[in-house]
Design a protein around this ligand. Structure first.
Ligand SMILES: *[C@@H]1O[C@H](CO)[C@@H](O)[C@H](O)[C@H]1NC(C)=O
Ligand SMILES: *[C@@H]1O[C@H](CO)[C@@H](O)[C@H](O)[C@H]1NC(C)=O
Ligand SMILES: *[C@@H]1O[C@H](CO)[C@@H](O)[C@H](O)[C@H]1NC(C)=O
Length: 388
């Protein structure tokens, strides 16, 4: 309670700054040197080193989260509180993560320490904190689920969590190849599961391949019942150039599902290798994903403009397309339309410069145990670029 009051008073303090922020930023882009002294000492870069609360988008809109201060006014329907926990089957979140001692050494100079709450983080520690926070959210929202971390055998970190396991997979995890390697690691992982399945055909363990900068805020296991036909599920948004986000790929844990998902990812990998090697190292996988989908599901572009889930077929695989707005929600960066947060949001993706917000959100949740209020915190501060 004391904490949230503290946040509220900070909120009041920053309201004037927030109103002028767009102006300050656009001016600073044109006239780097003419920023008033007071502002430039306040914010030496465009990124913030502390939470900045703004107005909540989507106020007054139906089916959008309504916030008063940091109190959620709607009743959020949380599936994890429901009865159907058992029926959702077992779900593992699979993510690729690497960290090396060389990056830790660079850190020991202490030039780049960041404080979040009462804790100071070096660069490497931030990266581990994000991973741990990802695991925390899974533990809270889907207590019977696990996390599997695919990593370079040369990667050096230890993780002492009872719902997480580390699986080394050989490959080239260098920065420039990481997105390519990520698909390769997913494929290698599915191959190993397929080999296992021949022995224990009855175990139903579904997989959701995700980025690690996400917070699972509700039990997404229900998608495997709600849409019983799909083998692979992807998230889409209404964005012509990048309609698909590679940060969420769900795979049904049947032998058929795993086999078809593997074949699908293999095609994405081939397209990446043949068409998008020159693309930005960050986006190649998403461009390849979009290329494969568009070439097999011709009506997809039209459907991406709507917000409803739909099915398509790719080489015999049934592919479910889920709206990012619910299953992979990210506050849009900078200007642009922003219609708030859907009440049934399941996953929040703290892309790019919003990673600090992920840690802040966890701290807030850990002290309040209120997921809906935490979503208000995210909604109100998600537009700001943070300094890591
Ligand atoms: C890397 O760092 C960890 C933790 O500090 C340490 O235990 C390990 O021995 C180091 N490995 C190498 C190869 O330096
Ligand atoms: C930070 O530390 C202060 C004083 O040590 C304490 O009162 C406060 O509750 C701490 N805040 C958090 C978020 O842990
Ligand atoms: C939650 O908060 C408590 C008390 O501030 C702290 O001791 C604990 O480490 C936190 N847990 C996590 C997982 O962050």
């Amino acid at each position: 309670m004391g904490l949230s009051r503290g946040w509220r008073s900070r909120y009041l303090f920053f309201v004037p700054l927030i109103l002028f922020l767009p102006l300050i930023l656009s001016v600073s882009r044109l006239h780097q040197n003419s920023i008033p002294q007071k502002e430039s000492t306040r914010r030496p870069s465009k990124k913030s080193d502390h939470l900045v609360l703004g107005p909540a988008a989507g106020q007054g809109l139906p089916n959008r989260l309504q916030c008063q201060g940091l109190k959620a006014m709607n009743k959020i329907r949380m599936r994890r509180m429901g009865q159907n926990l058992q029926s959702s089957g077992f779900v593992s979140f699979v993510t690729v993560y690497t960290i090396y001692n060389s990056s830790l050494k660079l850190d020991s100079t202490c030039t780049d320490v960041v404080n979040v709450g009462n804790i100071s983080y070096s660069k490497a520690e931030r990266s581990m904190a994000i991973l741990n926070t990802f695991i925390n959210f899974v533990q809270v929202s889907m207590p019977s689920s696990s996390v599997i971390i695919l990593t370079d055998p040369a990667s050096e970190f230890s993780l002492n969590r009872n719902n997480a396991a580390v699986v080394p997979i050989q490959g080239d995890y260098s920065r420039g190849k990481l997105m390519l390697q990520r698909i390769r690691s997913y494929i290698a992982f599915l191959e190993a599961r397929l080999a296992e399945h021949l022995e224990k055909l009855n175990s139903f363990n579904h997989y959701v391949f995700t980025d690690s900068d996400i917070a699972v805020v509700d039990d997404i296991g229900h998608i495997f019942q709600r849409y019983p036909q799909f083998h692979v599920a992807l998230t889409f948004r209404n964005n012509k150039d990048q309609p698909l986000n590679s940060g969420f790929i769900a795979v049904r844990g049947t032998p058929d599902g795993i086999y078809k998902a593997k074949a699908f990812l293999q095609e994405v990998l081939d397209v990446y290798g043949s068409k998008y090697m020159k693309a930005s190292r960050m986006l190649g996988d998403q461009l390849a994903l979009a290329w494969v989908v568009k070439s097999h599901v011709p009506f997809s572009a039209k459907k991406f403009a709507r917000h409803e889930a739909f099915l398509g077929e790719i080489n015999g695989a049934s592919v479910l397309f889920l709206p990012c707005a619910v299953y992979n929600w990210t506050p849009p960066e900078g200007a642009g339309q922003f219609h708030g947060m859907p009440l049934d949001v399941q996953i929040v993706h703290f892309k790019g410069s919003r990673k600090r917000l992920m840690l802040e959100s966890w701290n807030f949740f850990n002290s309040t145990s209120n997921m809906a209020d935490m979503l208000c915190l995210i909604l109100k501060s998600g537009r700001t670029k943070y300094d890591f």
